[in-house]
Write a protein that binds this ligand. Structure first.
Ligand code: AP5
Ligand code: MG
Length: 225
């Protein structure tokens, strides 16, 4: 199982990404976690990136792409699967990771989008600030991270949709419910992966599923953050 996670800050990439990785027995490669570990350990790379991470700005592509290549090479020597959380964030990174995974023969099966509205994102990140004290969970930096997400990351969703690998899930509800739906969708896709040529793949939008059972419709991907 090879998954890219595309979602706003606070949408649950880390929470769901960890569970998906555990379920499928693949590494959870989270660029933010890797960068924060370098900062905490005071490595050269950590010193280079600290001010970007603290301000909620994007770290230069070369740094994150090198880090991810190393992690993907390790993953290839292991099960070959991965959950990549936090990259791509820009169209350039999307193209770069695609080229890299073609070369390594491990292109993504699924780009997973977790849909959560802006107010809930801010609420979650401020709640986490109380518990974990992450340097970038301040009102000002959260605002910058969300703005950057909308500006440069959200537009990439269309690219994955056209490639037929986007799976969109309504994620503004209990984490266990999100996990259940995501795992069901991924397991179904896993059974058909390999049997369907890339050109015949279709993206799956589960965000309106509740509407089929009488609940109010959710906003469509791209209309929220
Ligand atoms: P990164 O660490 O990736 O941060 P982020 O994208 O801002 O996302 P978060 O980790 O804050 O949120 P999440 O979606 O993982 O949500 P979580 O599961 O924690 O990146 C940090 C920085 O590193 C960037 O700003 C940048 O500087 C740099 N960087 C990283 N990647 C880069 C790249 N590719 N290029 C350049 N720079 C890069 O959940 C959030 C909170 O909500 C938690 O407390 C959780 O317990 C709670 N929660 C989760 N799900 C639910 C739920 N369903 N209901 C209620 N609460 C929930
Ligand atoms: Mg995270």
């Amino acid at each position: 199982m090879r998954v890219l996670m595309l979602a706003a800050p606070g949408a649950g990439k880390g929470t769901q990404g960890g569970l998906i990785a555990e379920h499928f027995g693949v590494p959870h490669i989270a660029t933010g976690d890797l960068l924060r570990a370098h900062v905490a350990d005071g490595t050269d790379l950590g010193r280079q990136v600290k001010s970007f991470v603290d301000r909620g700005e994007l770290v230069p592509d070369a740094v994150v792409l090198d880090m991810v290549r190393e992690a993907l090479e390790e993953a290839r020597n292991d099960s070959g699967g991965y959950v990549l959380d936090g990259l791509p964030r820009t169209m350039e990174q999307a193209r770069a990771v695609y080229r890299m995974t073609v070369e390594l023969d491990m292109t993504a099966d699924v780009a997973l989008y977790l849909q959560v509205g802006q107010d809930e994102l801010v609420r979650r990140l401020l709640a986490r600030a109380q518990q974990e004290g992450r340097a970038d969970d301040t009102v000002e930096v959260i605002g910058r991270r969300l703005a950057l997400y909308r500006e440069v990351t959200e537009p990439i969703l269309g690219w994955y949709e056209r490639r037929g690998i986007l799976v969109s899930v309504a994620a503004e509800r209990a984490a266990e419910d999100v996990t259940r739906e995501v795992l069901v969708a991924l397991k179904v896709l896993q059974t058909v992966a390999g049997q369907v040529p890339d050109s015949d793949r279709r993206s799956i939008d589960l965000t309106g599923l509740d509407a089929a059972f009488g609940a109010a419709p959710e906003p469509q991907p791209g209309s929220g953050v």
